[in-house]
Design a protein around this ligand. Structure first.
Ligand code: DGL
Length: 261
């Protein structure tokens, strides 16, 4: 079984990639919607939430924990990873691998305010690709749009345009460095054009966990998915169905609240 968490719906874009790559793996997904949006929280709060979310996932005895939240990975870059029994797959590493494969040099990062503030993406990429130039831009309007299901039409297009105009021209690649943003990929494609490669780190993330499970001879499972929230269930259920494409997803609320406010 694979454990995945995010602050809300964004990590479902990671679930989608993992299910495409590993249809015979079971998944438990935790959406910490009671504490959304992570991008506007302090570093100390983010680290406390990271510890709590990882501890809850670890208690489900997963074979691997696949991070579905870039902001939490950026905090772990500064504070270190809380200990877990399961191996943890970091989205910043996956993004960096994708950029190396693409041979990108002029790189834009679109992320939450907290991720940009951490500078973690810039550090990780410059370490791995010393000749790279990296521009990091916060996009605080995008997560609320995705959580509200406001993903089509003029408003999300304008919000994406406003973010992309803060990036320099002739970039090789732009990393969608918040897992909510691939839901708005059509808008990024329209604004950035075909010449700029859009990187969704979840694609490499899914590949890395697939290699890990194969290397460790983890046997195939039924391919079930359980989606858990600590907020209101009926809207969560609708959104999970919409984003994953599963008509009747198995959703539930946490019976106990493992996370502090
Ligand atoms: N989807 C998350 C990320 O990848 C965080 C979004 C938020 O809660 O601000 O960073």
């Amino acid at each position: 079984m694979i454990g995945i968490f995010d602050s809300g719906l964004g990590g479902l874009t990671v679930v989608r990639r993992v299910r495409e790559r590993l249809p015979k793996s079971d998944i438990v997904y935790l959406a910490d919607q009671a504490h959304l949006p992570y991008g506007e929280r302090t570093n100390d709060e983010l680290f406390t939430l990271l510890e709590a979310n990882l501890a809850w996932l670890d208690s489900q005895a997963p074979d691997a924990i696949v991070m579905g939240c870039n902001t939490s990975c950026a905090i772990a870059d500064a504070y270190g990873w809380p200990p877990t029994n399961a191996e943890v797959f970091d989205l910043l590493d996956s993004a960096t691998i994708a950029l190396q494969h693409a041979g990108a040099r002029r790189i834009g990062i679109v992320a939450t305010s907290a991720t940009v503030r951490s500078g973690a993406y810039g550090r990780r990429i410059r370490n791995a690709i010393p000749e790279s130039e990296v521009w990091e831009v916060p996009a605080p309007l995008l997560v609320p749009l995705v959580e509200a299901g406001n993903i089509d039409g003029a408003e999300p297009l304008e919000a994406v345009t406003e973010v992309c105009t803060q990036l320099p021209g002739d970039l090789d690649a732009v990393v969608l460095a918040c897992t909510h943003y691939p839901v708005l990929d059509a808008h990024f494609a329209a604004v950035l054009g075909e010449r700029v490669l859009r990187i969704d780190p979840a694609i490499v993330q899914a590949e890395r966990v697939a290699e890990f499970l194969a290397r460790n001879h983890v046997p195939p499972e039924a391919g079930t998915a359980r989606y858990v929230t600590n907020a209101e269930l009926s809207r969560f259920h609708e959104n999970v169905a919409r984003i994953t494409g599963e008509p009747h997803p198995l959703t539930e609320t946490l019976s106990a609240e493992p996370l502090s406010s």
